[in-house]
Write a protein that binds this ligand. Structure first.
Ligand code: T5A
Ligand code: NA
Length: 210
C-alpha cells in the first residue's frame, strides 16, 4: 500500500514580509488538522554550506557574487534527498524561501541575468504552490530589525521586488499572490485555504522539477 505524498508549499517575498511567521502558523494549523507537516527554510544555516552563507549575510565574511549564488543553490540541493524522502512519506513541507529568492536576490545585483541565476536550481523539486507575500518594501522596512544583514536596504529590496514580479510571469509555476499588509491572522487565513486546496490536488500527482 503506497501512502499519498505530501505537498511542497513555498512562501516567498521580500525581507520582513512575514514569511517565517506565516510558515510557522501554517505548519501548526496543518498539524492541528491531523496532517504530518514540517517546516524547512532556506538558507538552512545549520549545514557547513549554510554556515558560509550565514557568515556572508551577517557581513562577517565576503564572498564573490557568483560564488555565493552557487552556495545558496548548493544549500538547497544538499536537502533534496531529505525533502523527497519526507514528501514520499506523506509529510507536507512548508518551505520558508526557495530557488525564487535565490534568483531574485542575485539578479538584483548588477550584471546578473535571470537566466544565469536560474540555471543551478534547474531540476530541484518543483513546489506545488508558491505563495508570494506582497508587501511594499517601505512597509517592510518598518517591521522589526530591518537593516542589520546584507541586502536589507530599501533600494536593494525594491529591485528584488521587481525581479520577483518578473519571476511571477512564469506560468509553469503555481504562483499565488497574498496581500501581506494585513494582520497576521488575516494573511494566515488565506494561506491556510490555498494550502488545503493544493494538498488534496498534489497527492494525486508526482513531484515535478524546476
Ligand atoms: N537569500 C536567500 C539569497 O540571497 N539567496 C537565496 O537563495 C536565499 C534562500 C536571508 C537572506 O538571504 C537572501 C534573502 C535574505 O536577504 P532569511 O534568513 O530568510 O534570508 O531572512 P530573515 O531575516 O530570517 O527573514 P525575513 O527578513 O525575510 O523576514 P520574514 O520571514 O519575511 O518575516 P518575519 O515573519 O520574520 O516577520 C518580520 C517582522 O514582522 C512582523 C514579525 O512579528 C517580525 O517582527 N510581522 C508583522 N507585523 C505586522 N503585520 C504582519 N502581518 C506581520 N507579519 C510579521
Ligand atoms: Na524569515
Amino acid at each position: 500500500m503506497s501512502c499519498r505524498r505530501g505537498a511542497l508549499i513555498v512562501l516567498e517575498g521580500v525581507d520582513r514580509a512575514g514569511k517565517t511567521t506565516q510558515c510557522q502558523k501554517l505548519v501548526h494549523a496543518l498539524q492541528q488538522s491531523g496532517r504530518a507537516a514540517e517546516m524547512m527554510r532556506f538558507p538552512d544555516r545549520t549545514t557547513k554550506i549554510g554556515q558560509l552563507i550565514s557568515s556572508y549575510l551577517e557581513k562577517k565574511s565576503n564572498l564573490e557574487d557568483h560564488t555565493v549564488h552557487l552556495l545558496f543553490s548548493a544549500n538547497r540541493w544538499e536537502m533534496v534527498p531529505l525533502m523527497k524522502q519526507k514528501l514520499e512519506q506523506g509529510i507536507d513541507l512548508v518551505v520558508d524561501r526557495y530557488a525564487f529568492s535565490g534568483v531574485a536576490f542575485t539578479s538584483a545585483k548588477p550584471d546578473f541575468s535571470l537566466e544565469w541565476c536560474m540555471n543551478p536550481d534547474i531540476g530541484l523539486p518543483k513546489p506545488d504552490l508558491v505563495m508570494f507575500l506582497q508587501l511594499n518594501p517601505n512597509m517592510a522596512a518598518n517591521r522589526g530589525e530591518f537593516g542589520i544583514e546584507r541586502y536589507e536596504t530599501s533600494a536593494f529590496q525594491r529591485t528584488v521586488h521587481q525581479r520577483f514580479e518578473e519571476l511571477m510571469q512564469d506560468s509553469s509555476v503555481n504562483w499565488k499572490v497574498i496581500d501581506a499588509a494585513r494582520t497576521i491572522e488575516e494573511v494566515h487565513k488565506d494561506i491556510k485555504l490555498l494550502s488545503e486546496d493544493i494538498i488534496s490536488l498534489a497527492q494525486n500527482q508526482p513531484v515535478g522539477e524546476l
